[in-house]
Design a protein around this ligand. Sequence first.
Ligand SMILES: Nc1ncnc2c1ncn2[C@@H]1O[C@H](COP(=O)(O)OP(=O)(O)O)[C@@H](O)[C@H]1O
Ligand SMILES: O=c1ccn([C@@H]2O[C@H](COP(=O)(O)OP(=O)(O)O)[C@@H](O)[C@H]2O)c(=O)[nH]1
Length: 238
Amino acid sequence: MTKPAYKRVLLKLSGEALMGDDAYGINRSTIERMVADVAEVSRMGVELAIVIGGGNIFRGVAPGAQGMDRATADYMGMLATVMNSLALGDAMRQVGITARVMSAIAIEQVVEPYVRPKALQYLEEGKVVIFAAGTGNPFFTTDTAAALRGSEIGAELVLKATKVDGVYTADPKKDPTATRYSTISFDEAIARHLQVMDATAFALCRDQKLPIKVFSIVKPGALKNLIMGGDEGTLVHV
Ligand SMILES: Nc1ncnc2c1ncn2[C@@H]1O[C@H](COP(=O)(O)OP(=O)(O)O)[C@@H](O)[C@H]1O
Ligand SMILES: O=c1ccn([C@@H]2O[C@H](COP(=O)(O)OP(=O)(O)O)[C@@H](O)[C@H]2O)c(=O)[nH]1
């Protein structure tokens, strides 16, 4: 059997992708499918850390948050990521994968706090680590949390799993003539204001020389193919 191309990666799962075709919340079959993909990679011996979004439950800049203090709305968004993280951790347990949820916000009765050496220990033990509550700070996103935690744990790659299959010249949901890049530099992605990830996340990864792969969460087998070094999605590089 050929070996995985990576030893340690950080996977960013979009909260909205968890909705599947539902209007909000967590779609059961969608989470089960995602977990099956993650479990397959974890069983190959790849050390896997996950950051999950919260957009399926709450988004700080959503219409429902209109008139709210931005920081308060963002804290609600971070708490939403804790719920998704718990759901994901439990779904992993059900397929026999040991996962540990660590929160950037102290809520000790619910999940253990994020402590970097502990996270590294779990990864070395082959456990999947799920980083909840984003960066713990308002005005940031879970994409930035992925860049931050990915840098902290020395991941070789940030994998951004999303609804589109890569980075396009424009938002493919709005512009059907948009074309996909197979690779793009951080500087170009930032300069062109490509909205697939926020500029803070791009800039942090650029400074840390941490490449990002944007790929489809909907395409079956894409995660495994990517881990095996296959051509998938868009590589964002220094
Ligand atoms: N240049 C672009 N290339 C690819 N996707 C883009 C681009 N600009 C905007 N998008 C949008 O960004 C979304 C991906 O962002 P993502 O963070 O996964 O969504 P979420 O906000 O649910 O986390 C896609 O659904 C796509 O419609
Ligand atoms: O470090 C962080 C991470 C997230 N959030 C809030 O949590 C929400 C959900 O995260 P995100 O939008 O990144 O999730 P996704 O797009 O992946 O569903 C955001 O809108 C923010 O309001 C935040 O304030 N700080």
